[in-house]
Ligand binder design. Structure first.
Ligand code: C5P
Length: 221
């Protein structure tokens, strides 16, 4: 039994990788499992928060405190976020948003053309959802993730400033057990004017619990 220390707190968590349609049956995607976001949503709900989970995957959710909104694309995710952001206290942007989407979605399944071995898909840059929504910040606490394969701390600090967020949870995805499609994560917490703090490798459920305890103790007003 967890004490409802986050009762009255509104939380938005985004989870999973966006899927950008090429045609009715194909998409551009990524290897994000959605596990970190789902864990963050479940723990916050267990602690009594009201959670809006904006997700691309159908999630094993554990609580009536979670309102799940299913989306596929970055644009859909952005739209839902824009509808809900003003009412939230915390946004945790754990989704792996595709940086690009096909310029056109074919109405029908694209057929093989026997004369051509090369097929080109033209891509359009997606909005940086986190950066755009952070421009609308009033007193929300906004958290982003950064998956890196080198220079973890400087790259994550750059993201903290460029995206105008309050905290970045950074992980080195080249390390065994950290990042996409694993059940564990090694997180370094980056905040403005504070020394980076690295948490030991632990399960994504434990990362979520540690994050919300940190929030409750140090950030929550
Ligand atoms: O720039 P990068 O993709 O590494 O930043 C990661 C953070 O930014 C994550 O929190 C991710 O959810 C968010 N992001 C976003 N929109 C994008 C790309 C990333 O909100 N187009």
């Amino acid at each position: 039994f967890t004490k409802p220390v986050l009762a009255g707190t509104n939380v938005i968590v985004t989870a999973g990788g966006t899927q950008e349609a090429i045609d009715p049956v194909r998409f551009i995607g990524n290897r994000s499992s959605g596990k970190m976001g789902i864990a963050l949503a479940n723990v916050a709900a267990d602690m009594g928060a009201h959670v809006t989970l904006i997700s691309t995957v159908h999630d094993p959710i554990s609580s009536p405190n979670i309102e799940e909104v299913h989306v596929s694309t970055a644009i859909e995710m952005q739209k839902k976020l824009e509808e809900t952001f003003a009412m939230t206290d915390v946004l945790v942007m754990a989704a792996a948003v595709s940086d690009f989407r096909p310029v056109h979605k074919a109405e029908q399944k694209i057929k093989k053309n026997n004369d051509e071995d090369i097929y080109t898909i033209k891509l359009q840059k997606n909005p940086d959802i986190l950066k755009e929504i952070s421009k609308k910040k009033t007193d929300q606490f906004v958290v982003g993730f950064a998956a890196e394969t080198e220079n973890l701390i400087p790259y994550a600090q750059k993201k903290l400033h460029e995206k105008n967020v309050d905290m970045i949870l950074a992980n080195d995805v080249s390390k065994v057990g950290s990042g996409f499609n694993t059940d564990t994560n090694e997180i370094t917490v980056i905040q403005n004017n504070k020394e980076p703090v690295t948490w030991p490798l632990m399960s994504k459920d434990d990362v979520a619990a540690k994050f919300w305890k940190f929030y409750e103790k140090n950030i929550k007003k």
